[in-house]
Design a protein around this ligand. Sequence first.
Ligand code: SAH
Ligand code: CA
Length: 218
Amino acid sequence: MSRHLAMDDTLYDYVVRHSVREHPAQAALRAATAAHPHAGMQIGPDQGQLMALLVKLVGARRCIEIGVFTGYSALSVALALPDDGRLLACDINDAYTAIGQPFWQQAGVAHKIELRLAPAVQTLDAELAAGRAGTVDFAFIDADKTSYAAYCERCLQLLRPGGLIAIDNTLWGGSVARPATTDDTRALQRLNEQLHGDERIDLSLLAIGDGLTLARKR
Ligand code: SAH
Ligand code: CA
């Protein structure tokens, strides 16, 4: 027997039907994004729920998201935070994030989310310059893949020991396991290799969604 399971649509539907518990605002945001030409960038509801569970497990109050799109992952994290918890949500595209904001309101979590529209490296450097190294509990990295290494380094500095970084798309449609033909694949291959050898973190590469790497700061 193989030690891994090949996921097909039937089995994925089963997983969703037997585990996912979406807030009505999450379902509504998913519906509002479905026809968007880039809807495929949105994380799945099963992954949103995993991230919410992780946020609760680490007892997170201070979170960072890099790559918001229409705000589904941010909504999932914000719903899992205590009322005084905060998510610094980084993106550069106002048209995408504007779609999600009414649903953050609908869910009653908009006060927990601070949207920062600027290149994320700039935002992370500003956080470090403001003396917030070692204060973040949970970070989700899901923006431009060629900047992932830069995001990871900064998030590691911002994280407190025991804090968690979740890095999305680390299997990149399976392409990381084959010779690279794009800069994005090469960047993710290099990142996966670097993370594997990084003694500063505990590590797990999950085959959920498009690959989700969990890195816990030691
Ligand atoms: N987490 C989202 C999907 C993010 S898609 C969800 O689950 O729905 C990737 C996002 O990264 C896009 O919204 C894009 O605008 C943003 N992005 C791209 N380059 C960026 C940069 N340099 N800084 C911040 N955000 C960036
Ligand atoms: Ca993604």
